[in-house]
Ligand binder design. Structure first.
Ligand code: ZN
Length: 173
C-alpha cells in the first residue's frame, strides 16, 4: 500500500508516481453519452463517492498500463474488452497527477458481465451527463468533469431534432 503524498494543491493523494484511470464511455440509443463510474466501497478512502475506475501507478508502469491493470483488478474488464484509448487528460496537481484515459467498451458489454472487486467498489453504473448531478461525485473528479466533459466527450445528440445538446446546460452543484 502506498503512502499518501502531498500535492501542490495541499491534498493528500495515494500514489508516489501519480495515478491513472479509464473513463469508459459510449452512446445510448437516444444519442446521449454515458460514462461508466464506480462507487467506492465502505471502509475505503473515499467511501461512498462516485468516480472513475483507476488507482495508483506502480513503479515502472505507464499511465496506460496502470489504467488497464486497475480496470481489470476492479471490474474484471480485460484490455481486449475495450477499444484502444482515443484521448487522455491529466489533472496536474504539481507533485501528483491523475491521468484519465478515454476508452469505449466492446459492443454489448453489460454491467452483469463485470466482476466487481467488492473490497474496493460497491457498485458501478452507466451515467449520462444529465444524471451526473444526482450522484455524489469524488471532489477531484467533480472538479474537472464539468469543465472538461464538453471538450473531451462528444456532445449529446437530441434524438428528435438531431441537434446537439450542449452539456453547458448542466448546473454545477
Ligand atoms: Zn491534489
Amino acid at each position: 500500500m502506498s503512502r499518501k503524498i502531498n500535492c501542490g494543491k495541499s491534498h493528500g493523494h495515494f500514489g508516489q508516481y501519480g495515478a491513472a484511470g479509464l473513463l469508459i464511455h459510449r452512446y445510448r440509443d437516444t444519442g446521449e453519452v454515458e460514462i461508466l463510474l464506480c462507487r467506492r466501497a465502505r471502509h475505503t478512502d473515499d467511501e461512498g463517492l462516485w468516480g472513475t475506475i483507476g488507482g495508483a501507478i506502480i513503479p515502472g508502469e505507464t499511465v496506460h498500463e496502470c489504467a488497464l491493470r486497475e480496470v481489470e483488478e476492479e471490474i474484471g474488464i480485460k484490455a481486449g474488452d475495450i477499444c484502444i484509448p482515443t484521448a487522455q487528460t491529466t489533472d496536474d496537481h504539481g507533485t501528483w497527477k491523475y491521468t484519465t484515459i478515454f476508452a469505449t467498451p466492446a459492443e454489448g458489454l453489460q454491467i452483469p458481465d463485470l466482476t466487481l472487486n467488492r473490497a474496493e467498489l460497491s457498485e458501478v453504473s452507466w451515467i449520462s451527463r444529465q444524471e451526473l448531478q444526482n450522484y455524489i461525485l469524488h471532489p477531484a473528479f467533480e472538479n474537472w468533469i464539468y469543465d472538461l466533459l464538453d471538450i473531451l466527450l462528444p456532445p449529446d445528440i437530441d434524438p428528435q431534432t438531431r441537434s446537439i445538446v450542449r452539456p453547458s446546460k448542466l448546473k454545477k452543484r
